[in-house]
Ligand binder design. Structure first.
Ligand code: COA
Length: 152
């Protein structure tokens, strides 16, 4: 299928994120502080009919292990529709938000990765930090991060 990846308003991503990542919440509960900050970027994979089949976002946020750090970004909301996984959509979404970080000077990108997605992030150059933990309602997670060097 011909899928395009583009920047979108946060609210466009809520239904798929609710379906894939946050089934215990309603779509209306998915807004987060910083969603509308000027440097925050939400991207969606869209079918020709405009259906959202993938999402990701990135925002300026220091990691828990270095609360005062500058040039640090948190990746959130990585999801691909179950029926379209394994076709490169997730990789394109991730590439798109990393390109946004690159265009804004680069820096450290981190996320709380679900353990089943750990290999997906490793494919994209992320490494694990610390020990996994169980996030209530969501399951096992581990912190992952990578550096984005602007212009590299
Ligand atoms: C994780 C997720 C977003 C990946 O999306 P996707 O569209 O299937 O990913 P892609 O097809 O672009 O895969 C990119 C690469 O990662 C690999 N990959 C993807 N998911 C993987 C997994 N769970 N385990 C191992 N490798 C994986 C693919 O094989 C592919 O490798 P290649 O470049 O050598 O072909 C998707 O599986 C998903 O939505 N999972 C459920 C929600 C979730 O856990 N999100 C992450 C929250 S932290």
């Amino acid at each position: 299928m011909d899928v395009r990846v583009e920047a979108v308003p946060a609210s466009i991503t809520f239904p798929l994120r609710q379906q894939v990542l946050r089934t215990h919440q309603a779509p209306g509960q998915l807004a987060l502080p910083g969603d509308d900050d000027p440097d925050t970027c939400h991207v969606a994979a869209l079918t020709p009919a405009g259906e959202v089949v993938g999402t990701a976002n990135v925002r300026r946020q220091a990691p828990p292990w270095e609360p005062g750090a500058d040039d640090t970004w948190r990746l959130r909301g990585m999801a691909t529709s179950p029926e379209l996984r394994g076709r490169g959509i997730g990789a394109r979404l991730l590439q798109s938000v990393l390109a946004h970080v690159d265009a804004h000077g680069g820096g450290l990108v981190w996320c709380n990765a679900r353990l089943p997605a750990q290999r997906f992030y490793e494919h994209a150059g992320f490494v694990t930090r610390g020990e996994p933990w169980i996030e209530p309602d969501l399951g096992p997670h581990v912190v992952m991060w990578r550096q984005v060097t602007a212009g590299a």
